[in-house]
Every structure is written in C-alpha cells, then in structure tokens.
Ligand binder design. Structure first.
Ligand code: AMP
Length: 443
C-alpha cells in the first residue's frame, strides 16, 4: 500500500477499534485490522463465538438500538474508530448518530445507505447518472405490476424495493411466475419492504463484485471477487447469501476494469456528490458483464459476505489506515493497495436445510487443520455453557485459504474442510470451478 508515510501514520490514534456485526464478514475485518501494531484492542458488537479466537478481539453484548448505552460504552472504551458491518444499522442511521457524537465512523449515513435499502431509488440514481443497468419499471400496486408483466415480451425479474435479507429477488422463467412473485410481495410477504416493487429486464453474463472504499470524494478499489450465490453445485438451486468466493477474478482484465471505473464507479461517486451525499464507507458494486458491457445489478452499502472473508486475508497491516482515512475524508485517491502476491478462496459450510429451515445447536468438531495461509472465520456459531462450539446459523463457517494459484487454494480449503464436522454439514465442492484448472480437467 502506498500509505507509507510512517511519521503521519503514527499520529493516527487507532488503539481501540469497534466493529458492529456478528458474521464472518466482521470477523474477517477484525482479522485484517488486528495486523496493525497501532491497534491494541478490537471490540465486536456482538460478534460471535469465533470472534475471541482472533488476536486482540473481545465481544461486547449491548443493544445497539439503545443509542445512549452505545454512546456511553464507546466513550468508556475510548473508541478511536467504529466500523459498521451490516446494512440494517446503516439504513437506520447509526453512522449519522455516531458522527454527531464525534466518533470516526467507517460506514455511510442513512442517505448513502439508500443505495441498498431502496432498489427503486438506486435505479433512479443510476438513471440520473447515466450508469448502465437493466431497464426497469417501478410499481406501487399489483394492478400496475400486472400491466407491465403482461405487455413485456419476456419474463421480468421481480424485486422487493426494501431490505429483504437477500430473499427479495425473483428470477421467473414465465409470466405466470412473475405474477405469482408480484402477488406474494403485494400480499405482504416482505412487510413494508415490499410496498414498492421493481420490475427489471433480465440480463445475462458472468457476475463480479467490485468494492470501492470511499471517503466522500475519493475512492480506492479493493481486489475484485466473484461469489457463488446458488446452493448447489454447477451453480444450481436456490439463491443463498453466498456459498463461497474467490479473489481476484481473472475475468476482469484491465480493459474491462477501466471501463467499469469510467462508466460506473466514477459516475456513482460524482452522482453522490451531486446529491450532497457524503459517503464514507464501502460501496459494493454487484455487476454483470453482459455482451454490451458491464451493468450494475445492485449496490450494497457494506462489504459482501463471503467476498469480505476472501479479500481480507490479502490485505496488509495498513488496511486499517484506509478505513480511518475514509472515515476522515482523507484519502489522497492515489493509494494503491499492495495486496499479498497470492490469490484467495473461501468455501462456506452451512447447516442442512439452509437457506430455508435448518436446526442449530450441533457441536462443531475441528480436527488438525493446515493453518498456514488458511483461516476459519465463524459465520454462525455460539458456545454452550461448557465452552463447546455449536452451530448457530444457516451459514456456519467460512474456510479461507491463500496460495500461488486457485488449484492450490481450493485443494487446501477442501482438505481442511474434511477435518471439520457437525451434524448436517453441507458445502459445495466446486467453489471456484471457473478458475481451478485441475477441476476443469477432472470434471
Ligand atoms: P440482487 O439482490 O439485486 O443482487 O439480485 C440477486 C441476484 O439475482 C443477482 O446476483 C443476479 O444473479 C440476479 N439478478 C438480479 N437482477 C437481475 C437482472 N436484472 N437480470 C438477471 N439476473 C438478475
């Protein structure tokens, strides 16, 4: 990383960092942040059972909705930087509240989080800035939806406007399926999140994830990534929060990335400025590389999970400086992230039944794993009163490895996974199939 002016960095106060969230994403952020020697303590609110296995980390159980309590605790712990992981507190304006209390916060305010919590707003935003995206129609009633679905020559993608924990997108194969999806949303399946529905033209192409750390005016890009959203091998089955990922993606050659920067990233930052939105946090660009060029599928106002677990181990000890600079509006715009000269891959182990109903509370046994350049980030775990690790979520563990090439990465990840067991453990064996040369030979 080219932020190497040690004299200025030593002036930065970063002794105590607080991270909000309880997933694999937050654990991996903590893992990258603890590398910096200025950081003495990292508090995770609430974190999960894996958080305290990470160097310098401690969990705090407080209700972040109780703002006075949170403020008192932050003051007492002399917190120098707050990193907000998930979308819900961002959409509720937690970053705005903490900034008013003079904390340095990495995470956008409510106005910026709107890029994620209102798909119709994000689509209008893209229209205003001429950013390539699928054609769309915003509707407020089933009658309006029916008319548009009826007149469209192809089945349209149906999206809940508001936050829906990744479950609010339907990709129908027929008009009947479109109608069923629209009906279920207007019937109230998603509460007020579904008061508005976005209908979209279905577009095609490989998907990639691009992350820009933004200080309000300038930005710096993290390594690109690709994730696997579908539950089953060969990218089949229902959509999930993500079954695995790899980084960087060889698909994005320089030409294509330059085009993404020019047509999507810079216009997004300029439009935020035009709308007086001081965005200090990460912007996740979910993109589809179509025949006519890259298009935005969605924006998120937070790091993707499992992309974050995949990318964080590639960061060096200066990563936390980037977060701090973003929170202060101090990026120069010339920072180059000198990531390790390795590639990274992540496989998610889930509970049987995920993404639908699943049981929790099964003991997790972890045998002797090869821990060189390999991390296990807990995604959904808890401890019982005897201190045993138990499953406590749909996505349970993220197994992440780095090496010279993707074949070596995934060989190690799967070898380690064989040493991990819990009742009903499920994972895909083909994560990263696109970039595993041995995989394509064997299959
Ligand atoms: P979203 O939550 O908007 O990212 O959508 C979830 C997934 O649905 C994406 O990762 C895509 O695979 C798919 N998807 C969303 N919008 C479209 C679209 N307009 N055309 C085709 N696939 C889409």
């Amino acid at each position: 990383m080219s932020i190497n002016s040690t004299s200025s960095n030593t002036k930065i106060k970063l002794e105590n960092v607080l991270i909000i969230g309880n997933g694999g994403r937050e654990n991996s952020l903590a893992w990258a942040i603890q590398k910096n020697e200025l950081v003495k303590r990292i508090y995770l609110v609430p974190g999960n059972a894996g958080s305290e296995r990470i160097n310098k980390c401690e969990r705090i159980r407080i209700d972040i909705k109780n703002l006075n309590d949170l403020d008192e605790k932050l003051f007492f712990l002399k917190i120098n930087l707050v990193v907000i992981g998930p979308e819900v507190p961002l959409a509720n304006g937690l970053a705005d509240y903490l900034r008013k209390k003079n904390y340095k916060v990495f995470g956008p305010g409510k106005d910026g989080a709107r890029l994620e919590y209102s798909k119709s707003w994000a689509k209008e935003f893209m229209k205003d800035a001429n950013i390539p995206t699928a054609k769309f129609w915003t509707v407020n009633s089933l009658e309006e939806a029916k008319k548009i679905i009826h007149f469209s020559s192809t089945p349209l993608v149906v999206k809940v406007d508001g936050l829906a924990s990744g479950k609010g997108v339907f990709i129908p194969d027929s008009k009947d399926e479109c109608l069923t999806a629209a009906e279920s949303i207007f019937d109230g399946k998603f509460g007020h999140s579904g008061d508005i529905v976005v209908l979209e033209e279905k577009i095609q192409g490989p998907e990639v994830s691009v992350f820009a750390l933004c200080d309000g005016k300038r930005y710096v890009l993290l390594p690109t990534a690709q994730d696997h959203k579908r539950l089953n091998e060969k990218d089949k089955g229902p959509n999930t929060g993500g079954m695995g990922a790899y980084s960087p993606t060889p698909l994005l050659k320089k030409d294509c990335l330059d085009r993404i920067i020019k047509e999507i990233i810079e216009p997004t930052i300029n439009e935020l400025n035009k709308k007086n939105i001081d965005y200090k946090g990460v912007i996740y660009f979910g993109l589809m590389i179509t025949k006519s060029g890259p298009k935005v599928i969605e924006y998120n106002c937070r790091f993707g999970d499992p992309e974050c677990q995949t990318i964080m181990p590639l960061m060096d000890q200066d990563f936390v400086f980037l977060l701090e600079k973003c929170s202060m509006g101090n990026l120069t715009g010339n920072e180059k992230i000198a990531v390790q000269d390795k590639v990274s891959g992540c496989v998610i182990a889930t509970s049987k039944g995920y993404p639908n109903d699943y049981k929790t509370g099964f003991p997790i046994k972890i045998g002797k794993i090869d821990s060189s350049n390999c991390q296990i980030f807990d995604s959904g775990t808890s401890l019982n009163k005897n201190g045993e690790l138990l499953t406590d979520g749909g996505r349970v563990l993220s197994i992440v490895c780095q090496d010279k090439d993707f074949d070596m990465v995934f060989e190690k990840a799967y070898k380690n996974l064989k040493k991990i067991n819990f009742d009903g453990i499920y994972y895909r064996n083909d994560i990263g199939h696109q970039v595993r040369k041995n995989f394509s030979k064997e299959n």
